[in-house]
Design a protein around this ligand. Structure first.
Ligand SMILES: *[C@@H]1O[C@H](CO)[C@@H](O)[C@H](O)[C@H]1NC(C)=O
Length: 484
């Protein structure tokens, strides 16, 4: 039951059924009707809510029989309560079933905890308007409490990790016979097959950029990791691919297709800016990305990962979170949280206070099923500043946070369009106008497939116009936005 439910949860949007359906009809194939569940188990649901709210174990050997019976009944119906048809069945009965399951499951792992969180969110969604008396004792508050609990579960998990030592040597899996392309950095971009036509000119440009800088080029089109039965967002594909190829290169530059390198800046090497070839104890970061300060939306569209034990460690810690449910902004929340976890391990290692996963609760939806992006960002800025210092002046032996005021290697195009100086423009999150993007680059789609023509174009631009690689970051959003 659970594994299927889990896939369904990953995939489904948090939309809730409409009320007013018939509770007299049998639930699924069985003989039990929605009314039976309401009459038989609302008392059990009420007790479960009261116990959970008082932070007491909900189900144990001495639990009353009516509670035990209803929990085991709900176990057989939880899949049904989640099916799309559930909206046609009996919302209140579904809410009872989901609440009983969500409140009695073990919470030993974060991934599992997020599953129960989703059961509760959905249960609450079914009854938040009607508010039946059994739920009055606080199902909504319990959702918030569960979120915090999941963050605590995560904190305990993080405590068990040890940060690998900083090493200049390559990852042990590399070496003679491993097929490692020694010394080469590769650009990695992923595109699910259904998107290739749309992305093609931008993939072409990334290939030419890799050629110009002597880099390898990996175009991942195998979408196995984001296809059924996984139901992961396509955004995860590049990280799964990075894990597969990291050992074979010196470092990977993980990028997106909805990005353009400003023509007059094509000779700027983004991996060099991010520290791929720098040496020294603090000079060679394991993971490097543009820095993001208040009030700019965090973005992981350009990331350099070094082929080191620590580089692999970062990817492992990130990929583990693909099993969490309903993460904020797909892989982005998981990425941001991984950064904080590692900064916390670094702080611990030098004897400072670490990171207690306080922001993790905002990685998941609230009782209404909404993601609180601004709350997450505010938490991240606060935590990252405490752990590593302020924007533009962060200290870490693991990460390099490239200051966009010097060189902006991932400028998310916002309200002011393309006026702000940067090496790379990222058309993230907006409804994308791919034709307009190509127009700003100044080439026709059909010509992007020929790198010679691309080089002619960017070199002639560079002859007319100096590359201004960075500039002042956004300091204020248009009200009422806190994050932009
Ligand atoms: C950029 O690099 C190319 C190839 O190395 C070179 O021919 C060209 O002159 C460079 N352009 C600028 C503006 O430095």
């Amino acid at each position: 039951m659970w594994p299927e439910l889990w896939h369904w949860l990953c995939f489904s949007a948090l939309t809730f059924g409409k009320c007013g359906a018939s509770c007299a009809a049998p639930l699924g194939e069985g003989a039990i009707s929605g009314t039976d569940v309401i009459n038989g188990c609302s008392r059990a649901a009420e007790l479960a809510i009261q116990l959970a709210a008082a932070d007491k174990p909900v189900l144990h050997d001495d639990s009353p029989d009516f509670l035990k019976g209803c929990v085991s009944l709900s176990e057989g119906l939880v899949g049904l309560a989640f099916q799309e048809a559930a909206s046609e069945v009996c919302p209140e009965a579904c809410a009872i079933i989901l609440a009983l399951q969500g409140l009695t499951a073990e919470l030993e792992e974060t991934a599992r905890c997020t599953q129960t969180l989703l059961l509760l969110v959905r249960a609450y969604g079914f009854i938040s308007e009607s508010e039946p008396s059994w739920a009055m004792s606080g199902l909504g508050e319990l959702v918030y409490a569960r979120r915090e609990q999941c963050a605590k579960v995560r904190r305990l998990e993080v405590e068990r990790f040890r940060l690998p030592r900083h090493a200049a040597a390559p990852h042990p899996s590399a070496g003679p016979g491993s097929g490692q392309t020694t010394g080469q950095v590769a650009v990695l971009v992923a595109a699910t097959p259904n998107k290739i036509h749309t992305y093609q000119p931008f993939l072409n440009l990334w290939r030419c950029y890799a050629l110009r800088h002597g880099m390898g080029f990996i175009l991942e089109t195998d979408d196995t990791e984001v296809s059924p039965p996984h139901h992961r967002a396509p955004n995860w594909l590049r990280w799964f691919t990075a894990k597969k190829y990291l050992s074979y290169y010196k470092a990977l530059l993980v990028v997106d297709p909805d990005q353009l390198i400003v023509p007059e800046c094509w000779n700027v090497s983004i991996p060099a800016v991010l520290g791929a070839w720098s040496g020294g104890a603090f000079g060679s970061p394991d993971v490097a990305t543009r820095d993001f300060g208040k009030p700019q939306t965090l973005n992981n569209g350009v990331v350099l990962i070094r082929s080191s034990q620590r580089g692999h460690f970062f990817l492992d810690l990130l990929l583990e979170k693909a099993a969490w449910m309903q993460n904020i902004e797909k892989d982005q929340g998981a990425f941001d949280e991984t950064v904080l976890e590692i900064l916390g391990m670094e702080a611990n290692a030098r004897g400072d206070e670490g990171y207690d996963s306080e922001c993790a609760q905002y990685v998941w939806p609230n009782a209404k099923g909404n993601h609180e992006i601004a709350l997450y960002a505010l938490c991240w800025w606060r935590a990252s500043e405490r752990l590593a210092g302020p924007f533009g002046a962060r200290h870490s032996s693991f990460f390099r946070f490239a200051d966009p005021r010097l060189v902006d290697v991932n400028h998310v195009v916002g309200a002011r369009g393309l006026e702000e100086p940067a090496v790379l423009h990222h058309f993230a999150g907006r409804s994308k106008d791919w034709d307009f993007m190509l127009e700003t680059f100044g080439m026709a789609r059909r010509n992007t497939g020929n790198c010679q023509r691309v080089f002619q174009h960017v070199d002639s631009r560079a002859a007319e116009k100096r590359c201004i690689p960075g500039g002042p970051p956004v300091t204020e959003c248009e009200p009422p936005m806190l994050v932009c």
